[in-house]
Design a protein around this ligand. Sequence first.
Ligand SMILES: Cc1cc2nc3c(=O)[nH]c(=O)nc-3n(C[C@H](O)[C@H](O)[C@H](O)COP(=O)(O)O)c2cc1C
Length: 227
Amino acid sequence: MELLDAMRTQHACREYRQDAVPNAVFHRAVEAARFGPQGGNRQPVRFLIVTDPAKKRQLGEWYLVPWKAYVAAATSGAEAIEADSGDEKATELLLTDPAKSLAAADAFAERFGEHPAIVVVLADLAATHPTDTDLGRLSIVGGASVYPIVQNFCLALRDQGVATTLTTLLCAYEPQVKELLGIPDELSTAAFVVAGYPAQPFPTKLFRRPVHDMAFLDDLATPLPSS
Ligand SMILES: Cc1cc2nc3c(=O)[nH]c(=O)nc-3n(C[C@H](O)[C@H](O)[C@H](O)COP(=O)(O)O)c2cc1C
């Protein structure tokens, strides 16, 4: 499929058919994904594709704990934003169909351990190249050696008709996950990508901030012109 079409329709899929994704499909996805950029080309990323029902069930049970806490916080947060914001556009951006999105994500969470595959993305943090660790704020640069490859992986699956949802809530369960899956000390959990064939057709349009609100020319008051 066209690259731009894949990029515009690679959504967070909440509902999957039960049929398994063949190993060859994951293999092709990793084969393409590995060409993503990484600091110093140090190649810190590993993919562990989990299809074993008992292991997925356990991951699903753990996932529900932070998910329920997230829902509680998100629900009260959304109400606060709605009440406080006088900016209609900002409110729309944050809250477009929130109840429907949350309900779909909630049903996805309840079935987390039953989706066809949970791809645990692992990173050797010693092989990332963070350059912002002395700024007295949360470091973000190390992730840049990992997540472009994860997005490549999702796009390469999308190209083969496989849908995904990138999740990170289970990273809080890293010690338990590492024990369950026999992951060595030097690897950290970076993401849990749920993957499978979508129960519904891929969307034709995702809801995102418009370009003029996110790209600027020379200063942040000048939106990037479209031509
Ligand atoms: C860093 C990151 C973490 C995420 N974590 C979760 C998660 O734990 N659970 C979940 O259901 N979705 C998670 N998502 C998916 C987002 O909710 C989703 O990308 C966003 O709502 C846009 O959805 P759409 O592409 O279908 O429009 C995560 C996405 C990112 C990029």
